[in-house]
Design a protein around this ligand. Structure first.
Ligand code: AMP
Length: 192
């Protein structure tokens, strides 16, 4: 099985490009953000605990998302692999992912990193707020906190995966989604 990580700051377009990648490579797309929003919508205990953290733009505890990921790995069949979107977001999560995969005698295949500068993040999130109506996209201070959290907690993963030779990056700064999608798919083609 292939285990790809779709990596990038909030608003880079991980959700937008995941469909094309997962379809082309027959991957199961797992977005921890989407799974958490589904828990909130269903009013589960987990969702209720996550709700205020997500609204504030803070990360939910590592164990929560690690459990969700392992659960999907254990229940999904009929795919050639997985496309992890929004996970891992901390070094602890990256290490947990390694041990979850080691138990399955598997490992991370590659990190597909889609990058945009911080100024573009605000524009992209403002566009998405108008379309998707996510509460955490509506407030500038929450967006700033998510960007700060990305830089402090998530960006260190770049070095972690570079050291393993698994890090592949592309800039998705083109004006249209189609052009950016082409760039991402072209990058995927270069990965064995
Ligand atoms: P996303 O849809 O990926 O932007 O995620 C929305 C929110 O869900 C994030 O701002 C976090 O509060 C939470 N979240 C999603 N994935 C994770 C993760 N891997 N670790 C911790 N919190 C997460």
């Amino acid at each position: 099985m292939k285990y790809y990580i779709l990596f990038g700051p909030p608003g880079a377009g991980k959700g937008t490009h995941s469909g094309a990648i997962s379809e082309k490579y027959n991957l199961k797309h797992i977005s921890t953000g989407e799974l958490l929003r589904a828990e909130i919508a269903a009013g589960t205990e987990l969702g209720q605990k996550a709700k205020s953290l997500i609204a504030a733009g803070s990360l939910v505890p590592d164990e929560v998302v690690e459990g969700m990921i392992e659960n999907v790995f254990n229940t999904v069949k009929d795919y050639d692999g997985f496309l992890l979107d929004g996970f891992p977001r901390t070094l602890a999560q990256a290490e947990a992912l390694d041990s979850i995969l080691a138990k399955r005698e598997e490992c991370v295949t590659a990190v597909v990193s889609i990058m945009i500068p911080d100024e573009l993040i605000y524009k992209r999130i403002a566009n998405r707020a108008a379309i998707e109506g996510r509460a955490d996209d509506a407030d500038q201070s929450v967006i700033k906190h998510r960007i700060d959290t990305y830089h402090s907690q998530t960006e260190p993963l770049i070095a972690y995966y570079k050291e393993q030779g698994k890090y592949f990056e592309v800039e998705v700064t083109a004006p249209t989604i189609e052009e950016n999608r082409e760039r991402v798919l072209a990058l995927m083609e270069t990965i064995e």
